[in-house]
Write a protein of this length. Structure first.
Length: 128
């Protein structure tokens, strides 16, 4: 499993699918202890899985979407304060400006290399 996930590309997706299939094949109790017991927010995931099975008709039970905080427009986290919103906006702007700076620097570096090639080529011409 580790080799699959570390392979690159869509390996994280492949690892997620393979992990789900291994879990379905082996059953929860037979999963490696570090997979089964080491997951953060495990209870939240279990409840999401249970709700999915009920909604899909795979298992018996009742799912009340209105009492599920995760289905609220804010995901149950509450509205951001003015300060939190400004901090988030500043972070986004910083990322955008840094990306633009990196793009501009890459373009200037490329132009510099192209100009250098022309100068090297011209240096062979008589009278240069």
């Amino acid at each position: 499993m580790t080799t699959l996930v570390m392979y690159g590309g869509d390996a994280d997706t492949n690892g997620a699918v393979a992990g789900a299939l291994v879990g379905a094949l082996c059953g929860y109790d037979d999963l490696p202890k570090e997979w089964r017991d080491g997951m953060r927010h495990a209870e939240w995931y279990r409840e999401k899985g249970r709700a999915l099975c009920v909604v899909a008709g795979i298992s018996e039970g009742i799912y009340d979407s209105e009492s599920d905080q995760d289905t609220l427009i804010d995901g149950g986290k509450g509205a951001l304060t003015e300060e939190e919103m400004k901090k988030r906006e500043m972070g986004i702007m910083e990322k955008m400006l840094l990306a633009e700076k990196e793009r501009r620097e890459a373009t200037e570096t490329k132009r510099g290399k192209e100009k250098n090639r022309v100068l090297i080529w011209k240096s062979w011409l008589p009278g240069s």
